[in-house]
Ligand binder design. Structure first.
Ligand SMILES: Nc1nc2[nH]cnc2c(=O)[nH]1
Length: 432
């Protein structure tokens, strides 16, 4: 009988020892998880180019090099925050009103300040630092309506070593004059940013087409956004059916559409690379159409509570196999911490009679987010061959079991500390 030789361990491979907890990546791309894997004493091997070589019990390893012993900490995949706003970093906590009032009162005045390069740069470094401290390794971020601030955001994301989608926020109506970007200006601005940043860092950074929402974009601007996304095969992110007043206003503004989703559908913005944030007030028809189109949703339970927008009916996308990511929605959300988002997602589902398990919540915040962004082949779990985006989390000493760790992560995050953050094998937090 012949046995296959173990694959050679490249020179410079790094080894991390600790507990390990990760979703398992299922076959196929649209299923969001196939259970979890917990290893009480694991060795994670990471190649010099930042890939996971293996993740298995320490006792069975053939690795003979130096090991960074992190026990009793837990190694988990980095969190994916699939919806947040960079220019709202400094107004976190202001979102106590209904959505449309809050946008006028707090958001637009703050976002207008991003024509000041000093303000844009200071907030960009705050924004990236706070994500890293929270253990977010991948994000989908809205910038302001300023091309220069968006460039500054990309620079900060690159410097921080984050994996990110970021987009120039498109608006040409229903907002103060300084935030308006006519489609004739938006097109070259997007093309310049795409050329400079899309795919940079070996695909770590991506430009995402970002029409703010149907109310702030004219038809020509939405059409231009769809054209750019189609030309460059880009993801699109926008808001959908967040509040009843917003949904009614959209239908008044677009009487030619059968419902809110139909506005995006008819203008070419609904497809397999569309990521819709909130998706609360949708009819069964709209859910069916969203699923049929292969679109994805970013569930933002914290801001949905804080703005009193409603509860996203999570069973609707789940039963249709629509990929679901979690979003902090900073600044309508109150925290950058995706562990808080997990906890709010639990509360939100419970309000509608669904009890999500800690394992489901953990999967949403990691592999679920990666799947919604089509990154499930690269990140989201600690499987061999994937890029090594992972966290070292220290729980209190009395927490030793898989159930205990999951409960800590999802419901008692105050007591656990994110000690280290790695993206593609590079330590990005803390750094000297
Ligand atoms: N939560 C939220 N919803 C929006 N809808 C349009 N813009 C925004 C925003 O900035 N935040």
């Amino acid at each position: 009988m012949t046995t296959s030789a173990p694959s050679p361990i490249p020179l410079g491979t790094r080894a991390y020892r600790g507990r390990l907890l990760s979703p398992l990546t299922p076959e196929g791309s649209r299923n969001q998880g196939a259970g979890l894997r917990f290893i009480e004493d694991a060795l994670l091997l990471v190649t010099p180019d930042g890939r996971i070589l293996s993740a298995g019990p320490a006792a069975t390893t053939t690795f003979r090099g130096p090991v960074l012993d992190l026990r009793p900490a837990v190694l988990i995949p980095g969190f994916v925050d699939a919806h947040l706003h960079y220019p709202q970093t400094r107004i976190t906590g202001s979102a106590s009103g209904p959505l449309l009032d809050w946008l006028e009162r707090s958001v637009f005045p703050e976002e207008a300040r991003f024509d000041d390069p000093a303000h844009a740069a200071a907030v960009a470094s705050d924004f990236t630092r706070r994500m890293l401290m929270a253990g977010t390794t991948t994000c989908a971020a809205y910038s302001s309506a300023h091309a220069a601030a968006t460039d500054t955001l990309f620079e900060a994301l690159d410097r921080a070593g984050l994996r990110a989608f970021a987009g120039l926020t498109l608006m040409d109506q229903g907002c103060p004059e300084p935030l308006r970007l006519d489609h004739r200006e938006a097109l070259p601005a997007m093309r310049d940013l795409i050329q400079k940043w899309h795919g940079k860092g070996e695909g770590r950074l991506q430009f995402i087409v970002t029409p703010r929402f149907a109310l702030s974009c004219s038809r020509p601007l939405l059409e231009a956004a769809a054209q750019v996304a189609a030309d460059h095969q880009l993801f699109v992110q926008t808001h959908l059916a967040e509040s009843p007043a917003e949904a009614e206003a959209v239908l008044r503004a677009c009487p030619w559409a059968i419902d809110y989703l139909d506005v995006y559908d008819r203008l070419g913005l609904l497809g397999p690379r569309s990521l819709f944030a909130h998706a609360i007030h949708l009819s069964p028809r709209a859910w069916d159409r969203l699923a049929e189109a292969g679109a994805r949703v970013a569930h933002c339970p914290d801001s949905n509570f804080f703005l009193d927008s409603g509860r996203m009916p999570i069973d609707e996308p789940r039963r249709r196999h629509v990929p679901i990511a979690l979003g902090s929605d900073v600044g309508a959300g109150r925290s950058f911490d995706m562990r808080r988002a997990m906890s709010h997602a639990f509360d939100s589902a419970l309000c509608l009679g669904t009890r999500l398990t800690p394992a489901e919540l953990f999967t949403l915040a990691t592999l679920g987010g990666a799947t919604a962004l089509d990154l499930q082949g690269r990140v989201g779990s600690l499987d061999p061959g994937k890029e090594a985006d992972f966290l070292v989390v220290r729980c209190p000493d009395h927490i030793t079991t898989e159930e205990g760790i999951l409960a800590q992560l999802a419901f008692a995050s105050d007591e656990s500390t994110i000690q280290r953050v790695y993206v593609r094998g590079a330590q990005v937090h803390p750094v000297d």
